[in-house]
Write a protein that binds this ligand. Structure first.
Ligand SMILES: Cc1cc2nc3c(=O)[nH]c(=O)nc-3n(C[C@H](O)[C@H](O)[C@H](O)COP(=O)(O)OP(=O)(O)OC[C@H]3O[C@@H](n4cnc5c(N)ncnc54)[C@H](O)[C@@H]3O)c2cc1C
Ligand SMILES: O=C(O)[C@@H]1CCCC=N1
Length: 388
């Protein structure tokens, strides 16, 4: 009979959430295995690419509260590994002054005393050149916001995990999970056992959860990651202090439009629509819908006159959406030693360090550091179904 490798915890999926969870577990002296289906690094999930926005500006207080500690955890990782992962740029939030969404962003910043600036129509272009503020729109800046260097962050946290004795096995797809007091995980290359398992499989979450008789109401969409060329090189550059920006839901579009200053590709500004079309994660490139790009083109023509309204580069990424766009951070309803981190709904990267801490706490049976009621599986009630 072949012997099975034994661990305290197995984490399935080495995206940002699984990598930070594995790192936290190793910090807590847990013998931890991190399994990843693809050769690392890869561009097939949700955590690849060079940049992500980090911000405290949210419509809900609970995210702003979590971000307070999260900024400290990002800084701690930067110090530990001697790397720069965050660059402050500020986040310009624009939206119809009288809309609920814009007012929620503004009041959350004010209530939580986040350093911010309110721009008036008169002083807007002095502070933010090359942007037309739409008629009726207000503008505030979350000063604390900025850019996270995403690929670098992933490499760093995985490296720190390994330095702590953690084991990463990539190109090992998990094929089966057998729940029990000791969980058995079978991959394409081996069989492992652990006291607990954390599932952080991003767009593949439901495919894996099938093995545990659970399906969550998750929808996977493909995002067209668009880069737009500056007419005058440098006008929207990070070095010119051009900020990240976010357009709240309003007349312009139903979903957010967001952008980051030109940085990773010289002369190109990343601007995306916060929604895409449904896809199977294994068939991502077969989804060719570009209606989001039409929306972006109209917006850019009207409000960003210094950009050519035709994307110069289009890359692909995926969101895993929950119905309410809040995360899933919980124990499996039937097996308390299986923990699930899923449904990050296109805004989870910035939370990586705190998600890692919370999923580690759940897997160790500790009381989580934050109220997890917005993230519990039971909120879906009838929408959660047996996989069998
Ligand atoms: C275009 C775009 C822009 C975004 N912008 C922002 C932003 O500005 N700020 C922000 O905070 N967030 C942003 N996000 C969201 C953020 O990137 C995601 O929420 C986050 O990356 C989700 O990470 P994850 O670990 O859950 O998923 P993933 O990164 O997809 O990781 C899951 C991993 O599990 C692996 N896996 C799956 N099944 C198996 C299996 N059977 N066996 C082994 N391994 C398996 C996958 O291969 C994958 O590597 C953005 C997302 C996109 C797509
Ligand atoms: O999470 C973020 O900050 C980005 C921008 C707004 C929409 C989703 N992702």
């Amino acid at each position: 009979m072949s012997t099975k490798e034994e661990y305290d915890c197995i984490v399935i999926g080495a995206g940002v959430q699984g990598s930070f969870t594995a790192y936290q577990l190793a910090k807590n002296n847990q013998k931890t295995l991190l399994l990843e289906q693809f050769v690392l690094p890869h561009t097939r999930g949700s955590s690849h690419g060079q940049t992500r926005i980090i911000r405290k500006a949210y419509e809900q207080d609970f995210y702003t509260h979590m971000m307070e500690e999260c900024y400290e955890l990002w800084a701690q990782l930067e110090r530990e590994a001697s790397v720069k992962l965050y660059r402050q740029t500020g986040l310009l939030v624009m939206g119809p002054e009288n809309s609920q969404s814009y007012q929620l962003f503004k009041s959350t910043l004010q209530r939580n005393k986040v350093p911010m600036v309110t721009l008036t129509r008169d002083n807007f272009s002095q502070h933010i050149p090359h942007v037309n503020l739409a008629e009726g729109d207000g503008a505030v800046v979350d000063i604390t916001a900025g850019i996270l260097y995403a690929d670098r962050a992933l490499k760093t946290v995985q490296g720190q995990f390994q330095k702590l004795g953690g084991i990463i096995r990539d190109k090992e797809k998990v094929m089966d999970i057998k729940p029990g007091p000791i969980v058995t995980v079978s991959s394409s290359a081996g069989v492992y056992q652990a006291k607990s398992v954390v599932i952080t499989a991003g767009p593949w979450a439901n495919k894996l959860l099938t093995h545990t008789d659970l399906q969550l109401p998750l929808e996977v969409v493909k995002i067209n990651v668009c880069y737009w060329k500056e007419k005058v090189p440098g006008s929207y550059n990070v070095k010119q202090r051009f900020p990240c920006f976010l357009l709240t839901e309003g007349e312009e579009s139903k979903e957010h439009i967001y952008g980051l200053p030109s940085n990773e590709y010289p002369g190109l500004v990343k601007i995306c629509y916060h929604m895409g079309s449904k896809t199977d994660p294994d068939q991502r490139d077969k989804q060719t819908d570009r209606s989001d790009i039409d929306i972006l083109q109209r917006y850019i023509s009207r409000c960003l006159p210094g950009l050519l309204p035709e994307p110069a580069v289009v890359e692909s990424c995926m969101y895993t959406l929950t119905p309410d766009r809040h995360f899933v951070l919980d124990h499996h309803p039937s097996y308390s030693n299986i923990v699930i981190g899923a449904g990050f709904s296109g805004h989870g990267f910035k939370f990586g360090p705190i998600i890692g801490k919370l999923l580690c706490e759940l897997s160790l049976g500790q009381v989580p550091s934050y109220d997890l009621s917005p993230f519990r599986i039971r909120r879906f009630q009838a929408k959660t179904k047996s996989a069998l």
